[in-house]
Design a protein around this ligand. Structure first.
Ligand SMILES: [Zn+2]
Length: 259
């Protein structure tokens, strides 16, 4: 069975620093493989609260080094590898997570195999193909990702401002997870707002889109209501994630099968 579990759905400083939503990223179970994407603050706590098993992880992936995406990376590497006594798994990160002012501490690096992301990188993890089709437009090195398994494809659009080439990088995907921090447009913030998210969803046309990483503006405007509006306007099923939500990725008939 394949699924995505949201360990947090908050984004933006006000929401994350005040924990108005949790901020632990999301856990993908794709066939037999387990992948943790963007372990922000509280990821370890949510992993245990939701009874996930860190030693089951095969990889930890960071889209970028911002603290709401990377804060728990070191403690999750320790947890994945039994405090470093059972080295295994991969850490897949942009190079600026490893170089100057690194967010990945040097002492945990021998516990995992480290792969640096470049735009266009394709790698495999067991039977899963992992592709980083595009570098997004954000103040630090940031990459979108597509996971392909059992002939299904899940794309993740992390923090970015809108740019037209973005949708072309996510052709033929079944599931789209998209970070929507803002309601209004503010070019200085370099994040997607709800209007640009709708445009991307409409252009990419996944079978299911899941909104997450909500800033305060989006929380005040009700993410569920916004998802409903986008569904009505595009004809594409759009959901708003909530903390602890588990979405089945095998069978779209079981959308009710949440915790
Ligand atoms: Zn960011």
């Amino acid at each position: 069975m394949s699924s995505v579990t949201f360990l947090g759905t908050g984004g933006g400083r006000m929401v994350v620093l005040n924990q108005l939503r949790k901020s632990g990223g999301f856990w993908l179970k794709l066939g037999e493989a387990n992948i943790l994407q963007d372990p922000g603050p509280g990821s370890l706590v949510m992993v245990h609260r939701l009874k996930l098993v860190p030693k089951d992880l095969d990889a930890i992936v960071l889209s970028h080094r911002h603290i709401d995406h990377s804060n728990d990376v070191n403690v999750m590497i320790e947890s994945m590898t039994g405090g470093g006594f059972q080295p295994h798994g991969r850490l897949i990160v942009p190079s600026d997570c490893l170089n100057s002012d690194p967010v990945v501490l040097e002492y945990v690096r021998p516990f995992v195999e480290i792969i640096e992301i470049n735009e266009g990188l394709k790698t495999t993890l067991n039977d899963i193909e992992i592709e980083f089709p595009i570098r997004t437009m954000h103040p630090v090195e940031t990459y979108g990702v597509i996971y392909q398994w059992n002939s299904k494809r899940l794309g993740y659009i992390p923090d970015t401002e809108y740019f037209p080439k973005l949708s072309g990088a996510y052709k033929n995907i079944d599931y789209l997870i998209i970070n929507v921090v803002r309601m209004k447009n503010d070019m200085s913030i370099r994040h997607l707002n709800i209007t640009s998210a709708k445009k991307l969803i409409n252009d990419i046309k996944p079978k299911l889109a899941i909104l997450t990483h909500f800033g305060l503006q989006v929380l005040k405007a009700s993410p569920e209501f916004q998802a409903k509006i986008i569904t009505e306007e595009t004809g594409i099923t759009v959901m708003a994630a909530f903390d602890g939500m588990i979405q089945d990725l095998d069978d779209r008939e079981s959308l009710e099968n949440w915790v």
